[in-house]
Design a protein around this ligand. Structure first.
Ligand code: NAP
Length: 292
């Protein structure tokens, strides 16, 4: 068996066309352009690249981005104050704090300074809770992107065994919650899991979100399983690609799988936040499962 590619570039291009139409309609109706504020702390080159890509994509769909770049030595208090200012700023519809921030900063405190109504990257406790309760709200962007990709290929999840490797607050945990919302049976694995190979071998759907290149061996994959590789470290995913693709029914490439979907969901949620701020009601043109 050779797996079919879950093509995040193609699916995200379709989503971004939808977002572009939605932005045009919003501008026509409300006479202003939606604004995404991006906050970047420090000099990490990869983070700079991600923020630049997000700004470029915002421009492509007709949105404005406001880039805030802060010195690596900034205190948590100053960062929180900056983000609170953006939360109160009537011109700003969505706020993205690029993760990770330097180690001395309390990242959770900074995330919680984001007004949940502007939490288009889905990182606040409020967004996590609405995800966990299956109540819509803003999804954490990468988990939302993974679900949208599975949805685009009509991958059945009801009753399937999904194994998520990783349990971070912005990726592993929320993607498990979203899979649960879709009636999958979910197992979480992490650095203390005993028998990772056996757990992965039981999976109908594997979501790799550890950031450990090659952690998931191809020979562990159950024939016909769906493999989603969200990991990205040293230019590699978490899954041994060739060997896994020989057994899986579907697989995401790295790059070109989960990454482009993350940006598409961020922008989808930004225009949605703009509509919600103007109209007070939830609106999404993009029909994604798990969104109400
Ligand atoms: P993180 O906070 O470092 O979390 C990594 C998780 O993997 C932790 O839960 C950790 O377990 C688990 N883990 C580490 N080593 C393991 C092992 N040997 N066996 C099993 N589990 C192990 O990272 P993150 O922010 O969630 O990101 C994970 C990966 O996704 C990174 O490569 C990141 O670059 C990538 N990512 C991609 C996108 C995208 O848009 N494509 C977005 C976000 C993140 P413990 O909890 O026990 O420590």
């Amino acid at each position: 068996m050779t797996a079919q590619i879950l093509d995040g570039r193609a699916v995200s291009a379709t989503l971004l066309k939808e977002v572009k139409d939605d932005v045009a309609e919003f501008v026509h109706e409300h006479g202003r352009v939606p604004v995404l504020a991006t906050v970047l702390v420090g000099d990490d080159p990869a983070s700079h690249t991600y923020v630049r890509m997000k700004a470029n994509r915002s421009a492509q769909v007709g949105m404005r981005s406001r880039r805030i770049e802060l010195d690596a030595g900034i205190t948590t208090e100053t960062l929180v104050r900056q983000i609170r200012d953006l939360s109160r700023d009537p011109e700003v519809d969505g706020i993205l704090l690029q993760h990770p921030v330097p180690a001395h900063i309390d990242e959770r405190a900074a995330f919680e300074a984001i007004d949940p109504a502007k939490d288009v990257d889905g990182v606040t406790r409020t967004s996590f809770a609405t995800t966990a309760f299956g109540e819509g709200g803003f999804n954490s962007a990468t988990p939302g992107g993974i679900m949208a990709l599975l949805d685009a290929y009509d991958i059945p999840l009801k009753g399937k065994h999904a194994v998520v490797v990783g349990r971070s607050a912005i990726l592993g945990r929320p993607v498990g919650m979203l899979l649960l919302t879709q009636d999958a049976t979910v197992t979480y694995c992490h650095s203390h899991t005993v028998g990772l190979a056996e757990r992965v071998a039981e999976a109908d759907v594997v979501v790799a979100a550890a950031g450990r290149p090659g952690l998931i061996r191809g020979e562990w994959i159950k024939p016909g399983a769906v493999v989603v590789d969200a990991g990205y470290a040293d230019n590699s995913g978490d899954v041994e690609y060739e060997a896994a693709a020989a057994r899986a029914s579907y697989i995401t490439p790295v790059p070109g799988g989960v990454g482009p979907m993350t940006i598409a969901i961020l922008l989808t949620q930004t225009v949605r936040a703009a509509w919600e701020r103007e109209t007070g009601w939830r609106r999404s043109r993009v029909p994604l499962k798990g969104w109400t």
